[in-house]
Design a protein around this ligand. Structure first.
Ligand code: NDP
Ligand code: MG
Length: 388
């Protein structure tokens, strides 16, 4: 990567939870980072405010209707506005960008991911759905050191692997267990969106908060780790660890286990995504280890939280099945948030759409778009059946 005086960063999805925390890190390290481009879907007021604060050169707005509300004087002088579904991808491959923080939610992030990787950028990668769906296309395009995961578990594994030759026996993905840890299915049936949106440890966007409650988030993370680190789906093991201090671990063939620990603050892995292989001053307060309660470990309950089991099944089958699973989950997750289905219906919708789908080998991005479209349609059909 060509090093300029400061790292020139594009934050795609800057108005979300990861995006906001990224901008906070950038502010704290203004001597090292220059924010040159920002994008959002439809939160245009927030986007324009950030654009003025950071004096960026480019902004992208995915929603064409909302983009019409933006006038030139709301943007910094000379700032160029890009509009439409491809805006993120265009920003991410600009020659003036060194590092792309990919903080878009959902499969929609894939175009930007592919464009940035193709252009040889450092990608600080939060958008797990696009790795799960298109890992077969994305991973072979990578050259060493260009993709640094931001998801806390994957950052922990990435950090544990620095300086290690490939002698991994398995990966241990830690999992807080979500807000309904220890509940049975009878109790889960009555869960509302408000209950599920109150996550015990992390303050995150709405979609991933629901995914954390169903454990689909952990399922997506198993497949994300499988692609990122080239480890078999069944060698990515889930370990319930309620305190969220150990962010994940690598077990090597000689029985040694390396882990990364720290505060439950996403700004640390976000920052590492930009600073790697260096380390910069902490963006948050350090942990007071003397005051910590004992650390506990347990097994994830894949029977009660069926989404985790479904994700593993999708990963074992491979091909287009993870795409089908992800699309059905995006539909069911949004429907649950809107009150259109119950908590356990999410798993039912995902499972039914997966059962009805034909699985193919992944060969092109167009094939994945088509598969995603069909799976979303199928999920809406099952949603109507569930509601009937
Ligand atoms: P949010 O919902 O808070 O933010 C999503 C961002 O993406 C917003 O800026 C949003 O813009 C933008 N966006 C949404 N849809 C589109 C689209 N179709 N095209 C372009 N931009 C779009 O999500 P999070 O920040 O919580 O999560 C982002 C990603 O990071 C997800 O993949 C998530 O799984 C992953 N992640 C998140 C963690 C967290 O702590 N939040 C932890 C680990 C991973 P607008 O505001 O205009 O809608
Ligand atoms: Mg995570």
């Amino acid at each position: 990567m060509i090093q300029h005086k400061r790292l020139r960063v594009a934050v795609l999805g800057c108005t979300g939870s990861i995006g906001r925390q990224t901008l906070d890190v950038c502010k704290q390290h203004a001597d090292k980072v220059e924010v040159v481009a920002l994008s959002a879907h439809s939160s245009v007021e927030e986007l324009c405010r950030d654009a003025r604060e950071f004096g960026v050169r480019w902004v992208g707005i995915a929603d064409e209707e909302r983009a019409k509300d933006v006038s030139c004087d709301e943007l910094p002088q000379g700032c160029e506005l890009l509009v439409g579904a491809k805006a993120c991808a265009e920003l991410g491959c600009m020659p003036e960008v060194d590092c792309v923080v990919l903080a878009v939610v959902g499969f929609a992030g894939i175009e930007a991911a592919l464009a940035a990787v193709r252009a040889g950028k450092r990608v600080a990668y939060a958008n797990k759905e696009s790795i799960v769906v298109a890992g077969d296309l994305l991973m072979p395009m990578l050259q060493e050191g260009q993709l640094v995961p931001v998801d806390s578990e994957h950052s922990a594994i990435f950090q544990s692997l620095v300086g290690e030759p490939a002698a991994v026996r398995c990966l241990w993905l830690t999992c807080s267990g979500g807000p309904f840890y220890g509940w049975d299915r009878e109790r889960l049936r009555g869960v509302t969106a408000a209950d599920a949106l109150a996550h015990p440890t992390w303050n995150m966007g709405a979609k991933i908060t629901i995914d954390s409650a169903t454990l689909m988030n952990k399922g997506l993370e198993v497949l994300e780790a499988h692609h990122l680190f080239g480890v078999g789906v069944d060698d990515v093991r889930v370990l319930v660890h309620r305190q969220s201090r150990i962010h994940s671990m690598v077990e090597f063939v000689d029985g040694s286990v390396k882990a990364q620990l720290g505060p439950s603050d996403m700004r640390i892995p976000i920052q590492y995504g930009m600073s790697y292989p260096e380390r910069w001053e902490a963006p948050c307060e350090p942990q007071n280890w003397h005051m910590e309660p004992p650390l506990s470990f347990g097994e994830a309950d894949e029977e009660t939280f069926g989404c985790l089991r479904l994700a593993r099944e999708a990963g074992r089958a491979g091909g287009t099945l993870p795409c089908v699973m992800n699309a059905a989950n995006e539909v069911a997750n949004a429907a649950f948030r809107e009150g259109a289905c119950g908590f356990l219906d999410i798993e039912r919708i995902v499972g039914t759409v997966m059962e009805r789908a034909a699985v193919e080998r992944v060969s092109t991005i167009e094939q994945l778009w088509e598969c995603d479209r069909r799976a979303r349609e199928a999920a809406h059909v099952v949603l109507r059946e569930v509601g009937a």
